[in-house]
Design a protein around this ligand. Structure first.
Ligand code: ATP
Length: 266
């Protein structure tokens, strides 16, 4: 097996305030190969966002390290692209201006940036909307713009925090399927946080299941779901097996959490 692109080594994060310490994640270890699609799932509050923020260099771990090509990530960097759940398009810029923004910030020439942005807009299925403003688009279309804006700069890794979280299940699965095609074309490497078991099962090559807080690795699922993963993949036995495993893993963890809460409450 080739050397992983991303290494997450023994990550622990403890939040300290004046009155208390919260261990958000503990001893997290996993790797991501170039071109791999990895999802992170876990019960609410188990530290998924914390983990993603550390991976993106937005937050520092208490112990442990994140390495891209063996270089330790010490802060935000252009090799890591981020797509957030919240709408992150600039409302005062058109679609093409949003998408070319990152390239211009990197100092790329205007003409080249415009051409790349237009190609990427076509790839995410928004051809014809280049000159529209975000408020003229649906929520799903705006998330396509956010994805296009990140992918166009060709980061080594794209980190996504519930990018389709605000959308209904049907739209998010359709967009997820489209994301796979885009990932295939651009050879992007993705780390995605999601609450949706179906989304994780459909999209991922590998699924990192976290325990209830403090989030530790409960399970690492290597997907055997055949490719291409379109709507037909939803009816395969492999999909059923992954969703079943995820359900039972997460059910166990939510029960653990309930018991803990009961203890605290008692
Ligand atoms: N800035 C902070 N200061 C102190 N505690 C924090 C901070 N951010 C998160 N936490 C705590 O760390 C734990 C993990 O939070 P985090 O948001 O990473 O979980 P999550 O799995 O993303 O949650 P959800 O699924 O509900 O979005 C929670 O107990 C939270 O209260």
């Amino acid at each position: 097996m080739t050397e992983p692109l991303l290494k997450v080594e023994n990550l622990t994060k403890i939040y300290k305030t004046e009155t208390k310490e919260t261990v958000a994640i503990k001893d997290i270890d996993f790797t991501v190969q170039k071109g791999e699609f990895v999802s992170i799932v876990g019960p609410s509050g188990c530290g998924k966002t914390t983990l993603l923020e550390i991976l993106s260099g937005l937050r520092q771990a208490t112990t442990g390290a994140v390495k891209i090509k063996d270089q330790v990530v010490t802060g935000p960097q252009s090799s890591i692209g981020i797509v957030f759940q919240e709408e992150s398009t600039f409302p005062w810029r058109t679609v093409v201006e949003n998408v070319e923004f990152g390239l211009l910030m990197q100092g790329k020439p205007k003409k080249e940036s415009r051409e790349k942005a237009i190609d990427m807009i076509e790839l995410v299925g928004l051809k014809g909307f280049e000159n529209s403003y975000p408020n003229e688009l649906s929520g799903g279309m705006r998330q396509r713009v956010a994805i296009a804006r990140t992918l166009v700069t060709q980061p080594e890794i794209v980190v996504m925090d519930e990018p389709f979280g605000a959308l209904d299940e049907q739209t998010r699965l359709i967009l997820g399927g489209e994301l796979l095609k885009i990932v295939d074309r651009t050879k992007a490497t993705i780390v995605l946080v999601t609450h949706s078991i179906q989304e994780a099962a459909l999209l991922s090559d590998k699924i990192v299941v976290l325990s209830a807080r403090p989030g530790r690795i409960k399970n690492l699922i290597e997907s055997k779901l055949p490719k291409p993963r379109d709507a037909q993949a939803l009816t395969t036995p492999e999909f059923a097996e992954i969703t079943q495993t995820l359900w039972s893993n997460l059910e166990e963890e939510s029960l653990t959490k309930t018991n803990e809460n009961n203890k605290i409450g008692s």
